[in-house]
Design a protein around this ligand. Structure first.
Ligand code: 13P
Length: 250
């Protein structure tokens, strides 16, 4: 059990428009007050400038959904950590399962992106999680430990600066949430692994849960001792739902 502030981060994925973003953020800012937790929204790259302006001076931090491991140069379509920093980005999701699945991201690549974020003062939200096949084969612990080990290997003691997100792939966008007990058991494994790598700093590392977290199940998940926040997809696009999740994180 730790006393750090929880983090509620929305992952908008590839959703939004100038008009929809403005309406969503206005509703969030109207309802958010002074939250007990940290709050961030991770938005599509083309909207960073818009969101930087909309969120300026507000309690909601700006996040990105990915970044390049490279500092600059001939990498068509990529965004560097320094570019994100130019727009006031504080968090960047790294190694989301959708990027691992559709863009061939490897554990090593995710570790390199984590290093690039840390080198530029951006907090990486490093995602780990097993597929349904891996869970059914009894490989959950092995998979999430392997994914996190690669990040620890490259980043050493700097991992005390990261955020980890456990997102079981079978729970993402499916409406199938991990039970609080099941999620807690994986979070405890990850905490032990972090403890091994970062000693006493491990207790301060936030481990978020993600995968069909919503207004109805958030409080119970967030009550688990090693669940330090949430990474929310679908429910982060609806202001009343996201606000309820924020309110549940204390
Ligand atoms: P859902 O909340 O839509 O299941 O998405 C979770 C997720 O992938 C957040 O990164």
């Amino acid at each position: 059990m730790t006393t750090k502030k929880k983090l509620i981060a929305g992952n908008w994925k590839m959703n939004g428009s100038l008009a929809a973003n403005e309406a969503l953020v206005k509703a969030l800012l109207q309802g958010v007050g002074t939250p007990a937790c940290e709050v961030a929204v991770c938005v599509p790259a083309p909207y960073l400038a818009q969101l930087q302006s909309l969120l300026s001076g507000s309690p909601i931090a700006l996040g990105a959904q990915d970044l390049s491991a490279q500092p600059q140069g001939a990498f068509t379509g990529e965004q560097s950590a320094a570019m994100l920093k130019d727009f006031g980005v504080r968090f960047a999701i790294v190694g989301h399962s959708e990027r691992r699945q559709y863009h061939g991201e490897t554990d090593e690549g995710v570790a390199a992106k984590t290093a690039a974020a840390l080198a530029n003062g951006i907090t990486p939200i490093v995602c780990v999680g097993e597929t349904l096949a891996e869970r059914e084969a009894g490989h959950t612990a092995e998979v999430v430990k392997r994914q996190l080990a690669a990040v620890i290997h490259v980043n050493g003691h700097c991992i005390s600066e990261i955020v980890v997100a456990y997102e079981p792939v079978w729970a993402i966008g499916t409406g199938k949430t991990a039970t609080p007990e099941l999620a807690q058991s994986v979070h405890a494994l990850l905490r032990a692994q972090l403890h091994h790598a970062a000693d006493e700093h491990a207790a301060g590392i936030r481990i978020l849960y993600g995968g069909s977290m919503n207004a109805a199940n958030a409080a119970e998940l967030l009550a688990q001792p090693d669940i330090d926040g949430g990474l929310i997809g679908g429910a982060s696009l609806k202001a009343p739902d996201f606000l309820q999740i924020i309110a549940a994180a204390r």
